[in-house]
Design a protein around this ligand. Structure first.
Ligand code: KG4
Ligand code: ZN
Length: 372
């Protein structure tokens, strides 16, 4: 895989505004990268629409797009104000251009285009998944290359990340994403959407061994994922539960089963990653909203330790959707000369590794949730 220079030239720095509107968070941030220095997040503003969607049990695209339109101006203004960076000091503007709910993506992307026109700045159209892929680099030295487990509400993938724009997909879900499983099982247990964080709280103190749940693909070759059997089995069991203790135990069992599958599949990906990489590049990065889960993190940390990998996970604020990860991906793109014309379009579907998606199109059909 070709590797691009993702860092500014010696002595230089790049300051980029990033905008994220692909689902139910309106987010903007200003990030600065400098040659040989840690990434600086100068501001990061995230406005969640969760209360507006909660009555409907999921994200309603029309409500999301309208809410983005109403708030994008003030969120971007706040990000600029908080960063104490004047618009004249910006080197470029990055916006999520997909995948996601296309109405929302268009709001952020159009706003970014307007800013680029007004300020005569380059535009970077960022793949939302690329934002998650670089998110660990916001707070830690996570040099390329690394093995990435991307686990969010809409995606569950294992990728080899060679550099900005250089991805090889090693495995992907054949049905649901891990976050979707958390959300659906949590919903069956009576928790409000998005149910992942509440399920984690409910599971605390529960007995993960009491309810037997299916172990899909466990020990199977390759590193694809499957969560629909587990999701259906757990949702069925939830129907007959009488007590809070029962609900706690089932939540713990579901969480443990999801964490177990993520670790099992990641172990397979390590087997694929290792032969073509030197020992000093044994790095496992986890990103996406599900990376906020303590049981998932612990399972991956144990795996990494046992296989001699360094384990890197972004702070919780950068696991879920945010503008800083989009700004950083944009800044690294700008450093590599990867800018986009103002005619770039919003893409509801946009695989990070287009070649893998072409060869295994079944993975495309599995993605059904609103989140990307
Ligand atoms: O990355 P994200 O904010 O949005 C995208 O999907 O792109 O991820 C949201 C997902 C939701 O499914 C949510 O339930 C899940 O991440 N999530 C969690 C936790 N925090 C967020 N799942 C399990 N445990 C958590 N603590
Ligand atoms: Zn996301």
């Amino acid at each position: 895989m070709p590797r691009l220079n993702h860092s500014p030239r010696p002595g230089a720095s790049l300051t980029v505004l990033g905008i994220e509107t692909s689902c139910d968070e309106t987010a903007a941030a200003v990030v600065r990268i400098s040659h040989g220095a840690p990434t600086e997040v100068l501001s990061s503003v995230v406005l969640s629409q969760v209360d507006e969607h909660a009555p409907f049990g999921g994200v309603v695209p029309e409500i999301a797009a309208r809410a983005h339109v109403e708030t994008i101006g003030s969120i971007v203004a706040k990000a600029l104000r908080d960063s104490e960076v004047g618009a004249a000091e910006l080197d470029g503007v990055a916006a999520t251009a997909g995948p996601g709910l296309v109405g929302g993506v268009m709001v952020g992307l159009s706003f970014a285009k307007g800013l680029c026109l007004a300020l005569n700045l380059p535009l970077m159209a960022v793949n939302h998944l690329e934002g998650h892929a670089v998110s660990a680099r916001l707070s830690e030295a996570a040099p390329y290359p690394f093995l990435l487990l991307l686990v969010s509400g809409g995606h569950c993938q294992l990728l080899e990340v060679a550099g900005i724009g250089a991805y090889r997909r090693l495995g992907s879900t054949i049905d649901d994403a891990a976050g979707e499983a958390f959300d659906k099982i949590g919903g069956a247990l009576g928790l409000a959407y998005p149910a992942g964080p509440a399920l984690e709280t409910l599971a605390a103190g529960g007995d993960p061994a009491r309810f037997p749940l299916p172990r899909a693909l466990q020990g199977r070759a390759g590193c694809d994922f499957s969560f629909s059997g587990l999701k259906t089995a757990a949702a069925r069991m939830a129907e007959g539960l009488a007590s809070d203790a029962d609900r706690r135990d089932l939540a713990a069992a579901a969480q443990a089963a999801i964490a177990r599958q993520l670790a099992d599949r990641t172990a397979r990906a390590m087997d694929i990653y290792l032969p073509s990489h030197t020992p000093d590049t044994r790095r496992l990065v986890v990103a996406g909203g599900v990376a906020a889960n303590g049981t998932v993190r612990a399972a991956l940390q144990d795996l990494a330790t046992s296989r001699g990998f360094t384990f890197l996970a972004p702070p919780l604020a950068y696991c879920t959707d945010n503008g800083a990860m989009i700004a950083l991906a944009g800044a690294e793109r700008l450093a590599a000369g990867l800018t986009d014309g103002l005619d770039v379009v919003a893409r509801p579907r946009w695989p990070l590794d287009a070649e893998a998606a072409r060869l295994t199109p079944t993975h495309l059909a599995g993605r059904k949730g609103a989140k990307a």
